[in-house]
Design a protein around this ligand. Structure first.
Ligand SMILES: [Zn+2]
Length: 295
């Protein structure tokens, strides 16, 4: 009997689904718009409807677990979704038990950034001892870290909200419900907004306006967030991911120099090591299987 995982990654733009083998080979993969779920009245029935055909294809008796990587805040027990700022109406759902009942299989769920980090640690053979910190410069400012190979969830399950550390003197409201969070100064959605202001495509932003004070300010705040994490954790390695660092003319070296300038010397500055996420499209799906296997 094969041991298979049926996995789903829920992101702000795409839903990715797949069947993953015990050795974490991807056997089947598909990508759908997240709008399918945002527009569904009954979120649990919608997810079950997407997962069921994959369970049938894999053969129910072969499926060890269903595992979900979600762009959501969830409780410590990983049974309830509190909120999902990027998916309309996907809030306050006892997702684990409702899906288990509908599918008749064990269901695991975890924050997408934690799962992406697990995937990269395995794929790139990153250190399994000490801390690997993942910082994802995407639509938002995502963060996760693993200690000795295990994701750190925090006391109430909501650790690593690096994007929501406060910035002095900033009073804009943030999507999290507070005001003045560093993510307001350092994230992809701000870059999209600046591209509109400059009247250019977002891909052209650093090419055409990289030296503008507004963009320098974004890079400065990315660097401050990363330096804060490094200062607290002294990680064995920092994994940088997210679409922003791949934008044309993104000043990566400049940003890393600013990180180094903002951490203490000689350590952790001299031991600071950066690695880069693979950007694999199926990272969340395969990572969800790795997470389920660890559990
Ligand atoms: Zn916030």
């Amino acid at each position: 009997m094969a041991k298979l995982y049926v996995c789903l990654e829920l992101g702000g733009t795409h839903l990715r689904l797949g069947i993953v083998a015990e050795d974490f080979t991807l056997l089947r993969f598909e990508k759908l718009p997240t709008a399918i779920l945002s527009e569904a009245e009954d979120k649990v029935a919608c997810l079950a409807g997407l997962l069921q055909p994959l369970i049938d294809e894999a053969g129910r008796k072969n499926v060890v677990a269903v595992s979900l990587a979600l762009a959501s805040l969830m409780n410590r027990e990983r049974s309830m979704v509190y909120s999902s700022p990027m998916v309309r109406g996907f809030d306050n759902i006892e997702l684990k038990s409702l899906l288990q009942k509908k599918l008749g299989l064990p269901v695991y769920m975890e924050k997408d950034v934690n799962i992406l980090l697990l995937y990269e640690i395995r794929k790139q053979s990153l250190p399994s001892q000490g801390i690997v910190a993942g910082i994802f410069l995407g639509t938002g400012l995502g963060n996760a870290f693993c200690i000795d190979g295990k994701v750190y969830q925090g006391f109430s399950g909501v650790a690593c909200e690096l994007g929501h550390i406060p910035v002095s003197g900033l009073h804009e409201p943030c999507g999290c419900g507070k005001e003045g969070c560093i993510e307001l100064k350092a994230c992809g959605s701000l870059l999209t907004k600046l591209a509109r202001e400059f009247g250019c495509r977002v891909e052209e932003l650093f090419v055409l306006h990289g030296l503008d004070a507004k963009l320098r300010d974004v890079i400065c705040h990315f660097a401050l967030a990363i330096a804060t994490e490094v200062t607290i954790l002294d990680p064995a390695c920092v994994l940088l991911g997210g679409g922003v660092i791949h934008m044309p003319a993104f000043p990566l070296e400049d940003m890393l120099a600013q990180v180094r300038a903002n951490v203490r010397t000689p350590y952790p500055r001299d031991t600071l090591r950066f690695e880069y996420a693979s950007g694999d499209s199926m990272a969340g799906v395969v990572g969800a299987a790795i997470y389920a296997a660890n559990r």
